[in-house]
Write a protein that binds this ligand. Sequence first.
Ligand code: IPM
Ligand code: MN
Length: 371
Amino acid sequence: MHRVAVIGGDGIGPEIIREGVKVLDAAGARFGFDIAWEEFPIGAGRYLETGELVTEDDLKDLGKFRAIYFGAIGDDRVKPGILEKGILLAIRFHFDQYINLRPIKLLDGVSTPLAGKTPEDIDFVVVRENTEDFYVGIGSRLIGTERKSLEVVRQMYQVKFELDVESDADELAYQIGVITREGATRVIRYAFELAEQRERKLTSVDKANVLTEIYGLWRDVFTEVSRDYPDVETEFNFVDAVTMWFVKNPEWYDVLVTPNMFGDIITDLGAMIQGGLGLAPGGNINPGGTSMFEPIHGSAPKYRGLGVANPLATIWAGSMLLDHIGEHEAAAAVLNGIEKSILEGVVTRDMGGQAGTADVGDWIASYLSSV
Ligand code: IPM
Ligand code: MN
């Protein structure tokens, strides 16, 4: 028996998570385990009613689970940033889910916009740092009345770059990125361990040619950790070059490790080359604590309640969840089921098919009971 927390969230979140739960239950029935699901009403609905995002009680209760299954958040009635920061990032940070694991894998039968590339070419994993960098939330907007602090920042800026910053500009904003030795070490070590289980090739992503302080530290840590893994081949790539190579030569990559913000950006690109956001799953992992599995796409409010959203990213995230809780055989079977449903043509509109959200879940669930 496993216990898993469920947050359907907003928009299409509840619909897609319902299919994920259905498929994981079917996998449990086939492979001999039960999942007790506990639902949490976290999301825009509750926020608009009560003003609560994630409460202390939520966090205390969620902390009793090894895994959270998360749909999506985001709602057009709420100003951008409130739900994202107050719910999704709050959970990632509170549970110190320092690894964001995002497989980029072109499944059989899925078409990629990259001409001539096949499933053999597109099969790598991005390990995104998930708690630091420009996501730490240190920054400020300074306007006229805060002139004094504004002056300080402006002077710092002038000294550093010898630039003549316009002196009558009365508004300024800054945001600071933070990398710690400990934060970089743990995620880079995780990536090396993963690389050892795969093709023993690890690419570090950064922008150390410009952001020399934070990514200079990142590179130092990478170099030091690499000494413990002499059989893993390593390289440094600048993030701008990575976006080029993902398109031109995706077969080059096997495991990449990246600071938080670049990881956010390159995994949307990764999602596109693996067939679209409807197919891209992710895991927010704290190996010793509470982890959370989710599709990397958002809540697509305009499709809410229509039953047309693609549940595959969520079901795939469910497969990652099963792997995480030790149900490896079931995890592999779920991914197989996804692939089979695609080959059978049971796919939603975004993939050129006619199936509804629930049709896809039903098909994979019944496939699982037949294997
Ligand atoms: C993601 C999302 C989030 C992020 C947002 C919604 C906070 O884009 O999971 O990639 O930036 O991490
Ligand atoms: Mn993103």
